[in-house]
Design a protein around this ligand. Structure first.
Ligand SMILES: *[C@@H]1O[C@H](CO)[C@@H](O)[C@H](O)[C@H]1NC(C)=O
Length: 340
């Protein structure tokens, strides 16, 4: 919260990503009879593929009750629609919706109504409500789940600002990600993402994050996330901000002077495939992958990941994944990044 107040000076959008925390505090500040207030930590964090537990503990047990877990819709989606994950009473346990099959109650002790969610997916982040239903005084608490990951900008091979909203969504999925949310972009900005091209976010707005303010990038004098606001999803064209997380496989580099086709074959030869952009970013973020050589990726772009910035390696003082764009596929100049 302290940080939030400071950052508020730089951007007025602080409330968006902490709204889940406020909701949970608000719910907890109502007098609860049956449920304990959520633990002091306001959010649970997990990476793709991991299992997490969303805490919900009873203070008092009414004689008859059900526990209902729901996922709350982000504000920009259909309000009023309830995504039930599971309902349970002393006899029965029923799962609902696409989260149901991965959900279970922990039941670590008699008062435990915590939700276990397994095999986390990129879109699982958000606010979850644990509701005690006894027909008289229903009560609920809200816990938020954040998927730990990395945001990466993506530009079409046809150039800058060539993607409609739907196309932006599609390219992110093709690169093993999803279109990023505002709160994911916000967090990436606090972690150092500075990008001078505007991109779509999952709510249909267009933004770009600036840390070092400069005339060529909006001309404003303070760091912050620049906003173009909501744009026409069918007509307007921008780049995309994609979000991805940990992968189950790993990325490796084959050195050589390959054309795109030769790079494809070099990976196949090792029982692998050319890596996707999201997979390279995930390796950079979670394995501190560092390789000072441009290599082909499956989309035809050439990139390299730098975790220990050094003079002779791109010459930029910050860590990051560098791009050579989409060179001619016949050029025999690069190695290959493979994913297995
Ligand atoms: C995650 O949960 C699933 C299903 O409950 C289980 O099979 C798996 O072993 C768990 N993984 C870890 C790392 O605990």
């Amino acid at each position: 919260m302290m940080n939030c107040a400071v950052i508020l000076l730089l951007t007025s959008s602080c409330f968006t990503w902490s709204s889940a925390i406020y909701t949970s505090n608000r719910a907890a500040s109502n007098k609860l009879k049956y449920l304990l207030e959520p633990p002091v930590y306001p959010e649970v964090v997990g990476r793709r593929g991991e299992n997490v537990t969303l805490p919900c503990i009873l203070k008092t047990k009414p004689s008859h009750y059900k526990v209902k877990w729901t996922k709350l819709q982000p504000e920009h989606e259909h309000v009023g629609q309830e995504n039930i994950i599971m309902i349970s009473n002393s006899h029965a346990f029923k799962q609902y919706g696409h989260l149901g099959p991965r959900a279970a109650l922990r039941r670590a002790h008699a008062m435990d109504a915590s939700l276990k969610l397994s095999q986390l997916e990129l879109l699982d982040g958000g606010s979850y409500r644990c509701e005690l239903v006894n027909g008289i005084e229903d009560e609920s608490v809200v816990v938020s789940l954040r998927i730990e990951g990395v945001v990466f900008p993506y530009q079409s091979k046809h150039g800058r600002y060539k993607l409609t909203f739907q196309e932006a969504k599609d390219v992110c999925v093709e690169q093993d990600g999803v279109l990023a949310s505002y709160s994911q972009l916000y967090r990436a900005w606090t972690e150092g993402l500075d990008w001078c091209n505007a991109g779509w976010l999952d709510d249909g707005t267009v933004h770009y994050p600036i840390i070092t303010a400069r005339p060529a990038c909006g001309g404003e004098t303070l760091p912050g996330i620049r906003s173009y606001g909501p744009k026409d999803k069918k007509v307007d064209q921008f780049d995309a901000f994609c979000f991805t997380s940990q992968t189950s496989g790993s990325v490796s580099y084959i050195s050589g002077s390959f054309s795109f086709e030769q790079a494809e074959r070099a990976c196949k030869h090792q029982g692998a495939e050319l890596a996707l952009v999201g997979q390279l970013y995930a390796a950079w973020r979670f394995q501190k992958y560092d390789q000072c050589d441009g290599g082909w990726l499956r989309d035809g772009s050439v990139r390299f990941p730098i975790s220990n910035p050094r003079e002779r390696c791109g010459g930029i003082p910050e860590a990051g994944v560098r791009s050579f764009g989409f060179p001619n596929r016949m050029k025999h100049l690069y190695g290959a990044y493979c994913y297995r």
